[in-house]
Design a binder for this molecule. Structure first.
Ligand SMILES: Cc1ncc(COP(=O)(O)O)c(C=O)c1O
Length: 411
């Protein structure tokens, strides 16, 4: 598919929510790490499905069911290409990145992690790539170890190298949803796998924003969420290396994931359907295809370049504004388009609430990364996060609204 130059105005015009008014103003949506807004191509695909060929997949032999099955499986092929996997057998649809990680913890983890084993994660992790391992380690009497970060917010690779030897699993994010830190997962996977350690990469904050290639990365598992990359909610992806997925027991049990069922026994369907029990989220998976096509038309390289430009501009403007503490790497090549910050004497929730009156949407709190905040002795942060439709003018609105925070709070 031929990539188009990223025309930010045009992307913005494709997203219906940006033509609505909030408090009489258009929305400056800067909470893309939480979820992305949806272009009309994705929204229309949902309506088309429900109005034109709503049906269940994989079982009907009538026209609309065959069409739904074809389009559902077409998304799987699109995801395969998008993340550089070798085969669609390695692409499992789940509800979200969280479920993808839980699937691995509850199946692979259940049968592979034993008493005394070490599971390695980083202090950057979102709760979704932390709590499943915490609970698994408690149940198995295994040890959960954390790779630390350095003062500049980058991962401490020396600490990782010291801990990698003999670890059973490395589960690490490719991009932090708080500090924006881009983690060198390819180098880590090479080291970890040489040590016989299985590698899971949480791609929830990387796949939407940069070119990802799971083969080149060398990971065993990779998780992502559709809703963070222009697609609908309710769809996640688990990539798993075929040999590993084949050896894993199924996750949920029931319809579609079976091959044969007798009164006292059952056998499992082939990959990837062995992991997709029950009626799938057909409409949303089908619409996800249009999100992937949209991103591919723009090219992920252009998306990344655009976000680096906006982040650079935003960091400069926020530094100029003064009185803010910005967290995460200063080096743009090592950070995604996410800026967590605090303002002296202003609670992050108050900052977000005042910004809301200006129709500037940011996030405040722990961002599902409480241990990271605790390690930085922070009770929470405010967070602005960007995507392909954000503009410098929206960054200017963020800075102007922060001026209002100062006025309102009298600082
Ligand atoms: C780094 C990271 N991992 C995992 C998740 C979980 O994604 P979801 O809520 O879509 O499962 C998030 C969501 O914010 C995230 O930022």
């Amino acid at each position: 598919m031929e990539a188009l130059a990223l025309d930010v105005e045009k992307v913005g015009a494709d997203v219906p929510i940006f033509s609505k008014l909030f408090n009489g103003k258009t929305l400056a949506y800067l909470d893309n790490a939480a979820t992305s807004q949806k272009p009309k191509q994705v929204i229309e695909a949902l309506t088309d499905f429900y109005e034109g060929y709503n049906s269940n997949i994989h079982r009907g032999v009538y026209e609309i069911s065959e069409r739904a099955t074809e389009e559902y499986e077409r998304t799987r092929e699109a995801v395969r290409g998008f993340i550089g996997a070798g085969s669609t057998e390695e692409i499992v649809f789940t509800r979200n990145a969280t479920e993808s990680i839980n699937l691995v913890a509850r199946t692979w983890g259940e049968s592979n992690v034993r008493e005394g084993d070490r599971v390695l994660i980083s202090v950057l992790e979102h709760h979704s790539n932390l709590v499943p391992w915490q609970v698994l380690c408690q149940a198995k009497h295994a040890k959960l170890e954390y790779i630390g970060i350095k003062g500049d917010g980058t991962l401490d690779m020396d600490d990782f190298k010291e801990k990698a030897g003999g670890a059973r699993l490395l589960a690490v994010t490719q991009a932090s949803n708080v500090l924006g830190t881009i983690v060198p997962v390819k180098e880590m996977a090479r080291i970890a796998r040489r040590e016989g350690c299985t590698v899971l990469v949480d791609g929830a904050q990387s796949a939407p924003h940069m070119k990802v290639d799971v083969n080149d990365m060398g990971c065993d598992f990779f998780a992502l969420s559709s809703h963070k990359m222009l697609g609908p909610t309710g769809v996640g992806v688990l990539y798993g290396r075929k040999d590993i997925l084949e050896a894993m027991p199924p996750f949920n049990l029931g319809g579609d994931m079976i091959s044969e069922v007798h009164s006292c026994s059952a056998s499992w369907n082939e990959l990837p359907w062995k992991f997709e029990a029950g009626t799938s989220n057909v409409a949303d998976v089908i619409a996800f295809y249009h999100a992937i096509s949209y991103l591919e038309r723009m090219s992920m390289e252009s998306v990344r370049e655009h976000e680096m430009r906006i982040t650079d501009y935003a960091m400069d403007r926020l530094r100029e504004f003064g009185g803010l503490h910005l967290y995460g790497p200063a080096d743009l090549s090592k950070r995604a388009g996410i800026i967590a910050f605090t303002m002296d004497d202003a609670h992050p929730h108050d900052i977000a609430a005042v910004l809301d009156r200006e129709a500037v949407a940011i996030r405040s709190g722990y961002h599902c990364a409480q241990p990271l905040h605790e390690s930085l002795s922070l009770g929470g942060t405010a967070r602005a996060s960007f995507y392909l439709y954000n503009t410098e003018a929206e960054v200017d609105r963020l800075v102007a609204a922060l001026g209002k925070v100062r006025e309102v709070l009298g600082r």
